[in-house]
Write a protein that binds this ligand. Structure first.
Ligand SMILES: NC(=O)c1ccc[n+]([C@@H]2O[C@H](COP(=O)([O-])OP(=O)(O)OC[C@H]3O[C@@H](n4cnc5c(N)ncnc54)[C@H](OP(=O)(O)O)[C@@H]3O)[C@@H](O)[C@H]2O)c1
Length: 265
């Protein structure tokens, strides 16, 4: 699809990080945005700073009704929907045995159920008009999961399996779907746990900028590309892991130290 004036895009997790960068890049193209998250002050600040008229929508993606209401409100206000971006997400890194059920449930509710609620509510609008595009922001952790991120990786793999099958289901409908697999991107994702990250982690402010990822996502939407892997190393890691998990263990140990794959078999 061509993105420009007249395109209407609903983005979850637009208040910060990748969602915010995507919103900025889409607004520069003239796209009308539905900016969804829980932090409406940050969304309003963003909307005020962007060219064009945009819609701020308070939305907790873990709550199905909240997602349905936000999407309906946007469709009514903008007169339709062309691009649906399921991006909102969060992490709690740490050894599984030390994590509370509340943390595990929160990642599952936001990352996995949040994606389902968003796509379930928005997709019928795209199908009715026989056109549009869905973007699902998964993670490199959905291609190869890491110790201390077992459940985060599981939620990201769930998004991957869902999106890969749905893209085929949508064949012939006029609706496209792109999966996004970011590596480490400089956002606020880990701000609440900066002091207890695993030793293999190489994110932080020096990681890849979300603006560069946003540019790749926009190009992918326009080409109806199956997936975006960014930085490109994510694609290599996914391919090596698909070929042989032992080989990807070795690759990761060389790249990130023994903590990335401590069990040698
Ligand atoms: N940064 C990375 O290195 C990286 C790597 C791979 C994948 N990803 C994925 O990229 C996506 C965006 O993450 P990010 O890095 O941009 O993180 P971020 O800077 O922390 O932004 C997360 C966004 O999600 C929103 N969000 C969180 N919980 C929500 C909820 N219950 N309802 C609605 N919105 C919610 C936040 O808004 P509110 O708090 O205002 O609700 C915020 O706008 C996530 O799915 C993440 O898993 C990130």
């Amino acid at each position: 699809m061509v993105l420009g004036t007249g395109t209407r895009a609903f983005i979850t997790g637009a208040s910060r990080g990748i969602g915010r960068s995507l919103a900025v890049a889409l607004a520069d193209r003239g796209v009308t945005l539905g900016l969804a998250a829980r932090s409406t002050d940050e969304l309003q600040e963003l909307a005020d700073s962007l060219p064009g008229e945009h819609h701020v929508l308070r939305c907790d993606v873990a709550d199905e009704e909240s997602v349905r209401d936000a999407i309906s409100a946007f469709v009514a206000a903008a007169g339709g929907l062309d691009l649906l971006v399921a991006n909102a997400g969060l992490t709690h890194y740490g050894p599984f045995r030390a994590q509370s059920m509340e943390q595990l449930r929160q990642m599952t509710d936001v990352n996995w159920y949040g994606t389902l609620f968003t796509v379930h509510a928005g997709l019928p609008v795209l199908l009715d008009q026989a056109g549009g595009h869905v973007v699902i922001v998964s993670s490199g952790a959905g291609l190869r999961s890491f110790p201390w991120a077992a459940v985060y990786g599981a939620t990201k793999a769930a998004q991957r399996m869902f999106g890969e099958a749905l893209r085929h289901e949508l064949s012939g409908t006029g609706v496209g779907l792109t999966m996004v697999y970011p590596g480490e991107i400089a956002t606020t994702l880990h701000d609440h746990e900066k002091d207890r990250m695993p030793d293999w982690y190489r994110g932080g402010p020096a990681a890849a900028p979300p603006e560069a990822l946003a540019a790749k996502v926009i190009a992918a939407i326009e080409k109806d590309a199956r997936a975006v892997h960014f930085p490109p190393l994510v694609r290599i890691l996914g391919a090596v892991h698909g070929l042989s998990p032992q080989l990807s263990d070795r690759f990761l140990r060389a790249l990130r130290g023994g903590g990335a794959a401590p069990r040698v078999d």
